[in-house]
Design a protein around this ligand. Structure first.
Ligand code: PHE
Length: 443
């Protein structure tokens, strides 16, 4: 086995993890789910879920990764005994599942980016979406996106991932902030802020149980939890720095980008008189594209916006592929490039149904949110809280004042509070899956 790679610096690790977290989950899904669930009400539950459930769960994944310094499957095996490898395998499988359709959406972004300078979608935003979102076009774009991801991962941890995300993350922040500032100057932006930022408590009370599984699932997806990504990234950490501080910065930055995306998207939509509650995976594409078409300098704005989305999507997809590649590279003599290429090919195939119909894409996504992600996070919490226990605690305490002070609180939160919350989420999600019949594939 070749020597295991590590991050060149702590900042490199944090930025790579932020790059993993910030992605289509923040920019594509977050505004569209927020729109679907009544704006600020969703935001409130989401924020609570990100901090109350996401942060402790991320620390749990970090503890496993840094302790074991192995890919996600062998990490669980090394720390808990062979039978626990199944927890790592579950996460790896879910990452594979998610990346298959994530790449399809990444392909849409490429199409929008390429079409922006000429304003190709300006005439008919909705028509353009149906033309590129499913069918042969979508399949080709899906292949292009996958090839880009394979390219970066093949270059390796330090040369590829760390270097790429160091540029990607700051540019995402910059361009989104610019777009949000621009949106601020528009007439009618105020209605967008009101919608996004002032929660309607009575709506929140009536819909709370519908909102919870989506908000918690969104938090997991957005923070890259339950898929072995954070275990894998933490396994390349060589230093002795505070994992608590790192996890805290990642959660804060990720949430900040989601909110920034909302601050850009909602005023844009309201300024154009577009209803944010249009459902379906095309909502953000159709509505922002429609907005750019009507705006001065729309071509430039559109190009910038979709460039940002593409960058964010790539750095997330990279982390998903890295989980699988890391397992193969650790366990076989296969090099990074052939490993990444073969796995990328398999992912492409799994994504074919999603590229051919958005109904399939929605089905893959729903299953991931409501069933697979909570299940996997639950298994990780069980392992870290009850099997690893004190050993996980000592990893969290290591190098961290906050860890020393609040480590025990963290452990019991993981063992009981967060565990119960995720269990409840899973039950709610399952109930809607079975009641709505959504578990049946859309053939
Ligand atoms: N967090 C990423 C996003 O919000 C998606 C992702 C999930 C990436 C899991 C890696 C692992 O788009």
């Amino acid at each position: 086995m070749t020597e295991r790679e590590t991050w060149a610096s702590r900042v490199g690790f944090v930025l790579a993890a932020v790059g993993s977290a910030v992605g289509l989950g923040n920019i594509w899904q977050f505004p569209f789910k927020t729109g679907q669930f009544g704006g600020a009400s969703f935001l409130v539950v989401y924020l609570a879920a990100a901090v109350g459930i996401g942060l402790p769960a991320m620390l749990a994944e970090f503890a496993v990764g840094r302790r074991a310094k192995r890919n996600t499957i062998d990490a669980f095996g090394a720390l808990g005994g062979r039978q626990w490898k199944v927890v790592g395998a579950l996460g790896l499988g879910i990452g594979f599942w998610i990346l298959s359709y994530y790449s399809v959406v990444g392909g849409w972004v490429i199409r929008y980016l390429v079409a922006s300078p000429t304003g190709t979608y300006f005439g008919d935003a909705a028509g353009y979406f149906s033309a590129v979102s499913a069918g042969t076009d979508a399949l080709v774009a899906h292949a292009v996106f996958m090839a880009l991801v394979v390219g970066v991962v093949a270059l390796g941890v330090e040369n590829g991932i760390e270097r790429a995300t160091k540029v990607m993350v700051p540019s995402v922040l910059l361009i989104l902030a610019g777009l949000a500032a621009f949106a601020f100057t528009l007439d009618g932006a105020g209605a967008g802020y009101a919608y996004f930022l002032s929660p309607d408590l009575s709506a929140l009370r009536t819909n709370l149980w519908d909102i919870v599984p989506f908000a918690v699932g969104q938090a997991f997806f957005s923070l890259s939890l339950g898929m072995g990504a954070m275990v894998t990234y933490a396994s390349y950490v060589d230093g002795e720095d505070s994992l608590v501080a790192d996890a805290g910065s990642i959660v804060v930055l990720n949430t900040f980008v989601g909110v920034l995306a909302g601050l850009a998207v909602f005023p844009l939509l309201f300024a154009q008189g577009i209803d944010p509650n249009t459902s379906g995976p095309g909502a953000v594409f159709v509505s922002t594209a429609g907005a750019f078409a009507a705006l001065p300098a729309g071509r430039l704005l559109g190009t910038l916006f979709f460039a940002v989305v593409l960058i964010a999507a790539l750095s997330s997809a990279i982390s998903l592929l890295e989980v699988v590649v890391s397992y193969v590279v650790d366990n076989t003599g296969v090099g990074r490039l052939p490993a990444a290429g073969t796995i990328g090919g398999a992912l492409f195939l799994l994504g074919v149904p999603s590229a051919l119909s958005t109904a399939w894409l929605g089905w893959f996504d729903t299953l991931a949110y409501k069933l697979l992600l909570p299940l996997s996070v639950l298994a990780i919490l069980l392992f870290v809280g009850w099997v690893l226990g004190r050993e996980a605690l000592s990893e969290v305490v290591h190098g961290s004042d906050l860890g020393r002070r609040f480590g025990a609180v963290w452990l019991w939160t993981v063992r009981v509070v967060v565990f119960a919350a995720v269990l409840g989420t899973l039950a709610l999600g399952l109930q809607t899956l079975f009641v709505g019949g959504a578990i049946v594939p859309p053939v």
